[in-house]
Design a protein around this ligand. Structure first.
Ligand code: AMP
Ligand code: ZN
Length: 471
């Protein structure tokens, strides 16, 4: 029996996870639209998807995770209206679309690294896969699921028995959702139809265009995830994830086109992360304070404090960001690091008690396997730190749990709580002193030793090199 159960948006139930192929998981993640920095709301989504990914690995599955990078086709409204987000970004910064894409893709993965989000096994920009998109659209046209109107190619949702698979929405809801300031697309035969391929009939200033059987143009947004997923993970997908705003229309459209193309069921489990909100409502890149990882760092927060902030709450509940809660989290995190450091220092006090280790590991996996109850998983960690067992066992538990939690409990412990900036400073000074001594400039060497001593940092020259102690 599987140890992992989680909420499947498709069935609206918490279900036991059973992959298509025993022991293996194909996992697809909707990646960022790289027209701007990710805000910490976007990153909540990627942190919780990282927990999904790491928990599956922790439970022994061989996971292959694929993520797309949206560098073309995503309009300001998810329903094919408004301007292209990439073109908007390029205009804003007086750069080309590809320059913008490269810059914000790098920035995204740098944020992910700071938050200990594991890099997906495959990362594929949409602009790499134009031939695959064209092929899928050709098949959809051949099978009668798509039509040409006003020089664009549309998916015909009326050809499906059931289009609203993931939601209880209807065409009536769609009418309401149409923004007042956006003209309705008169080419669509049905309200819910969506664009597979745009041609020059729309957005004359579109920067990236490709030749296609229907004229020079560019793909709609939804087609990329179906194609990129199938390219790397085959015709049967185990888990597809994203934020709740992706449920409709993006994932609904992905299912429509994928299953029409394949002629069979495509993805079994749908995992969706709820939003991070600000006091005033939905987090946005255009209004209020644009909350990024760099902004948190500039305010003195280690990005991992934000990871812990996210882990304290359940991924299926909206979460409200506040600096007050971040401050509480910061002190809780610092305390946790100190406790872990103390345990590590004394970890050679005996053998690991395998029975105790296994029972905590069991409880930890139970918490995570129960719809990714990360706050319960943290509680199990805290209980292990207080448990009536030796430090060797506690230290083994810390290292084991941190392969999923990724709070740098061991890494920070190795530095014995010294912050990395201070460490870098000391190492730089030691290097400068070594150089001075090599040049027989003993006055400078002594001055460096005194400068450090004044800060309570004592250098000791050994045969292996210079070491230091603090305090
Ligand atoms: P985007 O770069 O706009 O395509 O969004 C990247 C991911 O972030 C998507 O999976 C969205 O569903 C998700 N997302 C967008 N806004 C939020 C938010 N406020 N909180 C959590 N996730 C979000
Ligand atoms: Zn997607």
């Amino acid at each position: 029996m599987s140890r992992i159960k989680f909420y499947n948006t498709m069935t609206k139930k918490v279900e036991e996870f059973v992959p298509n192929v025993e022991g293996k998981v194909s996992l697809y993640t909707c990646g960022p639209t790289v027209y701007h920095f990710a805000h910490i709301g976007n990153l909540r989504c990627y942190i919780m998807e990282d927990i999904l990914d790491r928990t599956l690995r922790y439970a022994g599955y061989d996971v292959k995770r694929v993520m797309n990078i949206t560098d073309v086709g995503h309009l300001t409204s998810d329903a094919d209206t408004g301007d292209d987000k990439m073109v908007e970004g390029a205009k804003r910064e007086h750069k080309t679309v590809m320059e913008i894409a490269k810059y914000y893709t790098d920035a995204f993965f740098s944020d992910c690294e700071k938050l200990n989000i594991r890099r997906p096994d495959v990362i594929e920009p949409a602009t790499n896969c134009i031939p695959e998109f064209i092929h899928m659209i050709e098949v959809l046209l051949e099978k009668g699921y798509a039509y040409k109107a006003g020089e664009n190619i549309y998916f015909d949702t009326s050809k499906l028995d059931k289009y609203y698979t993931l939601t209880n929405s209807s065409d009536d809801d769609l009418m309401v959702a149409v923004r007042d300031d956006v003209d309705e697309d008169v080419n669509k035969r049905n309200k819910a139809d969506f664009v597979l391929w745009f041609t020059k009939s729309k957005f004359e200033d579109q920067a990236l265009k490709w030749d296609s059987p229907w004229g020079v143009g560019y793909p709609g947004w939804h087609i990329e995830c179906s194609c990129i997923s199938m390219k790397h993970l085959g015709e049967k997908l185990d888990i597809h994830c994203g934020g709740i705003d992706n449920i409709f229309p993006h994932h609904t459209n992905e299912i429509a086109q994928s299953e029409s193309f394949l002629g069979h069921k495509w993805c079994n489990y749908w995992f969706h992360v709820h939003h991070l909100n600000e006091k005033g409502g939905k987090m946005s890149k255009s209004k209020g304070e644009f909350l990024t990882v760099s902004l948190l760092e500039s305010k003195g927060y280690d990005p991992i404090v934000y990871r812990m902030f996210c882990l304290q709450s359940h991924y299926r509940k909206p979460l409200e960001f506040s600096y007050d809660v971040m401050d509480n989290m910061k002190s809780a995190y610092e305390k946790l690091l100190k406790t872990a450091a103390r345990i590590k220092e004394n970890a050679n006090d005996g053998e690991v008690d395998n029975g105790v280790f296994a029972s905590f590991k069991d409880r930890f996996l139970d918490a995570l396997g129960n719809d990714f109850n990360t706050s319960m998983a943290l509680t199990v960690l805290y209980e292990a730190l207080k448990a009536d067992t030796n430090n060797a066992t506690k230290y083994a538990i810390i290292k084991d749990f941190d392969t999923v939690l990724c709070l740098n409990l061991d890494k920070e412990v190795e530095k014995e709580g010294i912050d990395s900036e201070l460490e870098a400073y000391i190492l730089k000074k030691i290097e400068e002193r070594k150089e001075a001594k090599k040049n027989k400039d003993f006055a400078t060497a002594d001055a460096i030793r005194d400068e450090l001593a004044a800060k309570g940092i004592v250098l000791k020259d050994t045969r292996e090199g210079t070491t230091y102690t603090i305090g």
